[in-house]
Design a binder for this molecule. Structure first.
Ligand code: ADP
Ligand code: ADP
Ligand code: ZN
Length: 212
């Protein structure tokens, strides 16, 4: 089963991807995590992506398509994968179709902009594995330490309120059109993201016909 998680920054894509990885036993592919790793490792990709990410802008499509095509071709993706945060533009979505990357369900996690800022100010992410936490809604068992890998929890530079506002604008201007694109292909499933993490997860599983 090949899935796309779509939604505004802070809608809960990363959080839901982690739960789906466990329940569906398929890997999650987060372009945001891959790019942050590239920046941390000082690679060419990281150097090219950093300025865009710090400004809350999208990284150019060519860079994204290269890393996604390589990743979905890995053996662990044979039984399916979850794309978290990609595609984010019509060009990215069209390129996936052209490359023959088959998508079964596109789950749009819907959360009002007014709710996003509070989520972002409380977000903490693992510097090592990228797992996402919230100081109130989804705290780690030990403060500052990742439950999954023991890595250090940090605040993302682009979660500053002004950058979050920019990222929301970019979402509405460039990414939201993907809902129409996938609705026309009959693959769009819409889920209410303004409920508990568990509630949203149940709705996602129902929407993709994988109630477990
Ligand atoms: P969030 O989950 O909060 O929406 P991500 O971790 O997915 O954030 O992305 C962080 C940043 O990484 C984006 O603001 C953008 O600069 C870059 N990025 C991630 N995925 C893509 C993509 N598919 N296309 C372009 N830029 C991307
Ligand atoms: P995205 O990957 O879409 O940017 P995240 O999964 O990182 O979003 O979630 C953004 C923040 O909101 C994190 O701090 C996360 O713990 C929190 N969060 C996720 N889902 C919910 C929810 N249903 N209710 C409250 N907070 C949530
Ligand atoms: Zn971790």
């Amino acid at each position: 089963m090949n899935l796309i998680l779509l939604g505004a920054p802070g809608a809960g894509k990363g959080t839901q991807a982690e739960l789906l990885v466990e329940k569906l036993s398929i890997p999650a592919i987060s372009t945001g995590n891959m790019l942050r790793e590239a920046i941390a490792n000082g690679t060419e990709l990281g150097k090219k992506a950093k300025q865009y990410m710090d400004g809350g802008l999208l990284v150019p499509d060519e860079l994204i398509l290269g890393i996604v095509a390589d990743r979905v071709a890995q053996p662990d993706c044979q039984n399916g994968f979850i794309l978290d945060g990609v595609p984010r533009t019509l060009a990215q979505a069209e390129a996936l179709e052209e490359k023959g990357v088959k998508i079964d369900h596109v789950v749009s996690i819907e959360v009002d902009d007014s709710e996003i800022e509070g989520r972002m100010t409380g977000r903490r992410v693992c510097a090592k594995c990228g797992a996402s936490y919230h100081v109130v809604a989804n705290p780690s068992k030990t403060e500052g330490i990742c439950d999954l890998c023991g890595g250090e929890l940090v605040i993302r530079k682009d979660d500053a309120p002004e950058t979050v506002r920019k990222r929301l604008q970019v979402y509405h201007a460039s990414t939201e059109v993907l809902k129409d694109f996938y609705a026309k292909l009959g693959r769009l499933r819409t889920v209410n993201g303004s409920q508990s993490i568990e509630g949203a997860n149940e709705d996602i599983l129902k929407a993709i016909g994988a109630q477990v």
